[in-house]
Design a protein around this ligand. Structure first.
Ligand SMILES: O=P(O)(O)OP(=O)(O)OP(=O)(O)OC[C@H]1O[C@@H](n2cnc3c(O)ncnc32)[C@H](O)[C@@H]1O
Ligand SMILES: [Mg+2]
Length: 199
């Protein structure tokens, strides 16, 4: 029990990154995949903060435990910040990474490199029974490539080009991604509050 950190997510890519960032020191990551009887939590908020709170608070009250949730997405400047909070379902309810990437590249056809700036945003909510929810945020700046490259990571990583590395987020190791990513930065902030997790 006390050695567990519970994340309100079903996204395997996120779960792997949380494991790398938080496991060790005797801690074990649990996710919604370990609680299959819990029904889908509807993400009907209008901001990353609202959706992160909905996921974290719903699971925290069901389990009566401290829970972390991650709401994240890709903001593309040439698309006025879309897909944003709708990143997972950009191309439809089936949440297909492949279809999302195809739709994004199609919308950006003909947009020159200098105007393809984008960022990943991650808002983490930590919900504790009978306490105020706490938030941590991280951002990861990049540009949208014209074609996918690499097979690491998940989601939009194959088209998220990191100028400082000259590679996409799917062409770097998870260690390299975690060291600079939106999720990695939010967790660095969260780790300033280790006592929340008996660490
Ligand atoms: O809600 P949970 O269960 O956590 O899983 P989800 O995949 O639906 O997660 P979100 O609602 O937060 O949507 C985030 C989407 O943004 C994209 N995304 C977020 N972080 C990413 C990353 O590190 N690399 C690539 N794509 C990312 C990806 O398409 C995700 O599905
Ligand atoms: Mg989601």
């Amino acid at each position: 029990m006390m050695n567990e950190i519970i994340i309100a997510t079903t996204n395997k890519g996120k779960i792997n990154e949380f494991k790398q960032l938080l496991e060790g020191n005797g801690k074990v990551i649990k996710s919604l995949l370990d609680y299959p009887h819990i029904p889908d939590i509807p993400e009907d908020g209008l901001t990353f903060h609202e959706n992160a709170a909905i996921k974290a608070e719903t699971l925290a009250s069901l389990l009566n435990r401290t829970v972390i949730a991650d709401d994240s997405g890709l903001e593309v400047d040439a698309l006025n910040g879309e897909p944003g909070i709708y990143s997972a379902r950009f191309a439809g309810e089936e949440k297909s990474d492949q279809a999302n990437i195809t739709k994004l590249l199609h919308l950006l056809e003909g947009v020159p490199e200098t105007e393809r700036t984008a960022r990943f945003v991650c808002v983490m909510a930590v919900a504790q029974p009978k306490e105020e929810t706490i938030y941590f945020k991280g951002q990861f700046e990049g540009t949208i490539a014209t074609e996918p490259s690499g097979d690491q990571g998940f989601g939009y990583d194959p088209v998220f080009f990191v100028p400082a590395l000259g590679k996409t987020a799917a062409e770097i190791s998870s260690e390299e991604k975690n060291a600079r990513s939106h999720r990695g930065k939010a967790i660095q902030e969260l780790l300033k509050f280790k006592y929340l997790f008996d660490m």
